[in-house]
Design a protein around this ligand. Structure first.
Ligand code: PFF
Length: 455
């Protein structure tokens, strides 16, 4: 097993699409529009972009760098770079965080599968239907959501079984391309509705009176989740990347694609919500929270011309985006099991499926039969969402930045960034990234973390 050469991505484009696929997911289509809606629209967007450049991009570069230099799963990569030290346990916690995220992510992924099936039978064409009641009765029922959660997890496992090139890379290429085409079609439909322009204005004309400390925190948390940083996904994918790649350019492209996609997803949703609200003479509720995509949008589709087709395309996009992210989460755990527990890829996938499936079942049931069961005052789903997004990702990002900035020597960091001087990246740029990683990112992340503990 040890002598078997490690798989790598087949092409630069494949690697970029796989990593972008990890970043682009429910975080962009499901979470970003309602977080934007809850935090004052354009002003949030500006702060989000600032966080991205100052904190998240440097952390992503470091995670990428550790993965490529370490050349293994998160646990082994840290050990390779700092042999025998306790740092490898950060890698282990990253694997654990990925398993925890996958356990609740597959529940929402399952909802997207169910809504896609429903849209095929034009279930969202009745403007009188109570979509809020439909949604809560679905997620609260004991068996149906479990079935969809497991279907979603099976689809994820089926792709991972085929490995890095034939599974992850090939599917990412197809899915991200289809996803992009679909979402652009939905944007065109949304923007051509009368009154949509108000929604566009809401997204792009900032109102700074809405900005509070919470807006800044929300923007930072969203950026971490959306870029898939802090839990070993980028690290694991980077371990399949050739030594010739330009780490800085790849990280910049991934962050750029992810942000552009979040804005496009916002344009697919927010103007449509505005247009239909105006048509009905009510206030647009873009801050509707997690129900925006599953409650508000079906209502919007039911009232717009060509809404049935838009619904099919939209929920297909949602499911594809969710799968390209869930495969990256599963791959972190699978790579760990293959390399540390010396199991075959198939066995590793089955083990991950079983572990995350069992936890996923509890997450799903927490909307129904297990509603009353609380962990630290939170439902099982909310508990996993909370400890991963608010604690494990920021702490993971913080420790990655501290490791990269303080433990790896500056010379090693710059050497890896420039591929031992082969890439002509201006020295000031390399140093800026290095100091952002060493000082700015750890301090800023500590602020989010403290906020999470204290709030
Ligand atoms: N970035 C994904 C999304 O936006 O949906 C979610 C995610 C995937 C978070 C992988 C963390 C991760 F490691």
């Amino acid at each position: 097993m040890e002598n078997k050469p490690r798989e790598t991505f087949g092409s630069r484009m494949g690697m970029l699409l796989a990593m972008s696929g990890s970043a682009i997911g429910l975080g962009n289509i499901w979470r970003f529009p309602y977080t934007l809606g809850q935090n004052g629209g354009a002003a949030f967007l500006l702060i989000y972009v600032l966080m991205l450049v100052l904190i998240c991009l440097p952390v992503m570069v470091s995670e990428y760098l550790i993965g490529r230099r370490g050349g293994s799963n998160p646990f082994r990569s840290f050990d390779n770079l700092s042999p025998g030290s306790k740092w490898r346990w950060i890698g282990f916690v990253a694997v654990l965080a990925s398993a925890c995220i996958l356990s609740f992510y597959c529940v929402v992924g399952g909802w997207s599968v169910k809504y896609l099936f429903d849209s095929f039978s034009f279930a969202f064409s009745d403007a009188q239907s109570d979509y809020a009641a439909n949604f809560s009765s679905f997620i609260g029922s004991p068996f149906k959501p479990l079935l969809y959660t497991l279907i979603f997890l099976c689809l994820t496992g089926l792709i991972i079984v085929f490995g890095v090139r034939k599974g992850i890379e090939r599917m990412a290429k197809i899915m991200i391309t289809v996803l992009f085409v679909i979402i652009v079609l939905v944007v065109v439909r949304s923007l051509t509705l009368p009154g949509a322009v108000e929604g566009v204005r809401y997204m792009f004309v900032p109102d700074f009176s809405k900005v509070t400390a919470d807006t800044v925190i929300a923007a930072m948390g969203q950026a971490f989740f959306s870029l898939s940083i802090g839990c070993g996904c980028i690290l694991t994918y980077a371990s399949y990347v050739s030594k010739e790649e330009n780490i800085l350019a790849s990280s910049a492209w991934i962050s750029f694609f992810d942000t552009v996609f979040a804005i496009i997803a916002g344009l697919a949703i927010i103007p449509a919500v505005y247009a239909i609200a105006y048509m009905n003479g009510v206030d647009p509720n873009v801050g509707a929270g997690p129900g925006l995509v599953f409650i508000t949008l079906p209502g919007v589709f039911s009232q717009m011309p060509l809404g049935g087709v838009a619904a099919i395309l939209f929920f297909l996009a949602l499911m594809l985006a969710a799968i390209t992210s869930s495969i990256s989460l599963m791959e972190v755990v699978v790579a760990f099991i293959i390399e540390e527990l010396h199991r075959s890829r198939v066995i590793a996938v089955v083990m991950t499926f079983l572990i995350c499936g069992v936890v996923g079942v509890f997450c799903s049931l927490s909307f129904g039969p297990l509603e009353g069961f609380k962990l630290f005052g939170l439902s099982v789903f909310d508990f996993f969402d909370y400890i991963t997004s608010n604690i494990m990702l920021p702490v993971g990002g913080l420790l990655l930045a501290v490791f990269a900035g303080w433990r790896l020597k500056r010379a090693n960091y710059l050497d890896e960034l420039t591929n031992s001087g082969k890439l002509k990246i201006p020295r000031w740029l390399c140093l800026t990234i290095y100091y952002l990683v060493k000082f700015v990112a750890p301090i800023a992340i500590s602020v989010i973390f403290l906020n999470c503990i204290l709030s």
